[in-house]
Design a protein around this ligand. Structure first.
Ligand SMILES: CC(C)(COP(=O)(O)OP(=O)(O)OC[C@H]1O[C@@H](n2cnc3c(N)ncnc32)[C@H](O)[C@@H]1OP(=O)(O)O)[C@@H](O)C(=O)NCCC(=O)NCCS
Length: 233
């Protein structure tokens, strides 16, 4: 089913693919090759299924599983040990820390940070009811480490979720939420109003420190222009 000598993927120029990475993993009924934009960097042990599309400058740690029918935008970073079940959408400039689980039918906006060990859920009564529906997460959201996000929950733009929260109900835009079950309040001013796009690739070996990364255009990142203007004294 998966003869490595017959590639089932297309990737843009400048990619760095480590040994022992499987791109375009075939499964019964798969249709089109995995498509990945230019300048991807994918570390060993990662498997990306057929029928998934990923944008430019994808950075991926070790042992990441990305199953079929994921649509992932430009400049996304996914660190080691994450699992993305199929059928989901992820915007641009999203940073997913290690050991995060994201089920199918999840929608994630742009410039979102997801802390380590976060678990996203898509079934309210697993094995009792066939219905599944993942959460919808807005733009410029920060989700702390070890958070659990329940099925079908809608999280608005510029929400900040504290570490360890269990989010079972919708969180309106511009809120701070934490606790189990999570309670929300208006986002205090010190949290600012959006994420810093420069932090998507920062980290020890993370990141896109190769020459030529000064090419960001305003449209590459949701809200980058506004973020920059807020930094002016
Ligand atoms: C939610 C958060 C931003 C609050 O920070 P803060 O505004 O500086 O809040 P404080 O530390 O002053 O705490 C205020 C109160 O909220 C409580 N609190 C803060 N964070 C909490 C959390 N995650 N869960 C439950 N209670 C929390 C504190 O215990 C404190 O309670 P008290 O007033 O009864 O003593 C922060 O605690 C947090 O969770 N950040 C995310 C860190 C993270 O996950 N990073 C991942 C990257 S590796």
């Amino acid at each position: 089913m998966n003869p490595p000598e017959v590639p089932f993927y297309e990737i843009g120029p400048g990619a760095e693919i480590a040994p022992n990475v499987q791109l375009g993993y075939r499964y019964p009924g798969c249709r089109v090759p995995t498509r990945i934009g230019g300048r991807a960097r994918i570390h060993s042990g990662t498997v990306i299924y057929a029928d998934t599309t990923i944008g430019e400058r994808f950075t991926c740690g070790h042992n990441v599983t990305i199953r079929a029918e994921c649509e992932i935008g430009d400049r996304v970073v996914i660190l080691h040990g994450c699992t993305l079940e199929g059928r989901m959408k992820i915007g641009k400039g999203v940073k997913i820390m290690p050991h995060v689980y994201i089920p199918s039918r999840t929608v994630i906006g742009s410039m979102v940070f997801i802390g380590p060990g976060t678990t996203v859920l898509n079934a309210r009564f697993p094995m009792r009811e066939a219905k599944v529906g993942g959460p919808t997460i807005g733009n410029n959201v920060v989700i702390g480490g070890g958070v659990t996000i329940g099925p079908g929950v809608v999280i608005g733009d510029n929400v900040f979720i504290g570490a360890g929260a269990t989010v079972l109900k919708d969180i309106p835009a511009n809120s701070l939420a934490f606790g189990t079950p999570a309670k929300h309040q208006p986002l205090p001013e010190k949290f600012g109003s959006r994420n810093d796009p420069r932090q998507v690739f920062c980290g020890l070996d993370l990141w896109d420190n190769r020459p030529g990364d000064e090419t960001w255009k305003e449209e590459d990142f949701f809200g980058r222009a506004e973020w920059l203007s807020e930094q002016q004294p």
